[in-house]
Design a protein around this ligand. Structure first.
Ligand code: PMP
Length: 409
């Protein structure tokens, strides 16, 4: 009965992790997975998280009861304020339905289920390239995917022309997935003017935007600046179409394994919509789909994030923590670029400092990436995406020399 089930190859990213773990070379460097490391190459528990955990454990009412189906309201309402802004008009008007999700992936999964149930037949447009899991998540729910051009390899810049053309050519009312900031894998974000043109193009075709917000606070260290695209979209598309936002706290709170996140749906501001009624209906449908999938979302990470977001002192510490992470990554970007330039490594390397967030699309070819791994024990994704968070003062010289060798080989 089960004999014909095919063995699949390991997941590309987790496969790298496996090979890295098995590698016995002392100078090995992991630039694969997108997880923050400190300057010693170690995972970092944010001081704001440590303080929140302490408070939670000291609480005499501490327990491990189930959350409700839609998760922690303390989390989802505070999370909405971060994304949309404290003074968001849409929030004040009660136009936003928010539920907790299993981190960003779970929020995307909710979006996929919602689209397949209530917006059937609409294609979802994703950037080329994008985070590998986007395709898999939407395909698994029967949502058709198509791509829009994003990265222009020859110039290492944004292919705005191709991007806008695809948005304009897409069937009216398509769903367009946009990375809110710190685009994965390229690290290349549109400028504020480019965002304006992108949102205008979306509005001209009554498309629906799905913002994937997995790195707020990681691109610039500033939550408001990193929410620029989302807030512009909410403002400009207010009279046009709903907006989905999939929010992850994996990276900006450093709680990768605790799976804290939220899914938000912004209703358009239209006279013919009974906002309270539609929001109630949508929330009930979200509950129903969450109930059959996970019954109720995980509590521990949600409690920690909610504690941080609802305490001014911990929020202040968290902002500092995000600056610590984003500025260390920026420092490593500059140091790598400077070393490559100083060595005279063939090619141009300014894109490494111009890109933002966790990743750099280095422009190294799959052959070079392979050689980096086999000859130098430096691991990155075959597309040439490097997780800059894996660099530190102890390994950057080795990495810079290794890149030099493979580029010249
Ligand atoms: N979207 C993007 C673009 C990502 O890079 C990631 C994490 N790599 C996610 C969503 C989801 O991450 P998580 O499920 O861990 O929150």
């Amino acid at each position: 009965l089960l004999n014909n089930i095919q063995q699949l190859p390991p997941d590309a990213l987790f496969g790298i992790k496996q090979r890295y773990t098995q590698d016995s070379r002392a100078n090995k460097v992991d630039l694969g997975i997108g997880a923050y490391r400190d300057d010693k190459g170690k995972p970092w528990v944010l001081p704001s998280v440590r303080s929140a955990e302490k408070l939670i454990h000291e609480d005499p009412n501490y327990n491990h009861e189930y959350l409700g189906i839609n998760g922690s309201p303390e989390l989802s309402s505070a999370a909405a304020k971060i994304v949309f802004g404290e003074d968001s008009k849409a929030l004040q008007q009660g136009r936003i339905a928010s539920v907790q999700s299993l981190s960003g992936t779970g929020a995307l999964h909710i979006a996929a289920k919602f689209i397949s149930s209530f917006l059937p037949g609409r294609s979802l447009y994703i950037s080329e390239p994008t985070w590998a899991n986007h395709n898999a998540i939407f395909k698994s729910q029967g949502v058709q995917t198509a791509t829009y051009p994003y990265w222009q390899a020859s110039t290492k810049t944004l292919d705005m022309e191709g991007f806008l053309k695809t948005i304009k050519d897409a069937p009216t009312g398509s769903v367009i997935l946009l990375h809110a900031c710190a685009h994965n894998p390229t690290g290349l974000d549109p400028t504020q003017d480019q965002w304006s043109d992108i949102i205008d193009a979306v509005a001209s075709k009554d498309h629906i935007v799905l913002f994937d917000s997995a790195y707020q606070g990681f691109a610039s260290g500033d939550l408001d600046r990193d929410a620029y695209a989302i807030r512009l979209g909410v403002e400009k598309l207010a009279r046009v179409s709903p907006i989905f936002v999939c929010q992850s706290f994996a990276k900006n709170v450093g709680m990768y394994g605790e799976r804290a996140g939220c899914f938000h749906l912004v209703l358009p501001e239209q006279e013919n919509i009974d906002t309270a009624k539609v929001k109630g209906a949508i929330t009930s449908q979200l509950s129903s789909l969450i109930r059959s999938e996970v019954s109720n979302p995980p509590a521990y990470g949600a409690k920690i994030v909610a504690k941080i977001l609802n305490s001014p002192e911990l929020t202040k510490q968290w902002h500092q923590d995000m600056i610590t992470m984003s500025s260390r990554i920026t420092e490593m970007r500059h140091e790598l670029r400077d070393r490559l330039v100083a060595q005279g490594t063939p090619g141009t390397w300014d894109h490494i400092v111009e890109q933002c967030g966790m990743f750099s699309y280095t422009g190294l070819s799959p052959e070079m990436v392979k050689r980096l791994e086999t000859q130098h024990a430096v691991y990155l994704v075959s597309s040439g995406r490097a997780s800059i968070a894996g660099l530190n003062h102890g390994n950057i010289e080795h990495v810079a020399k290794a890149i030099d060798e493979v580029v010249r080989h």
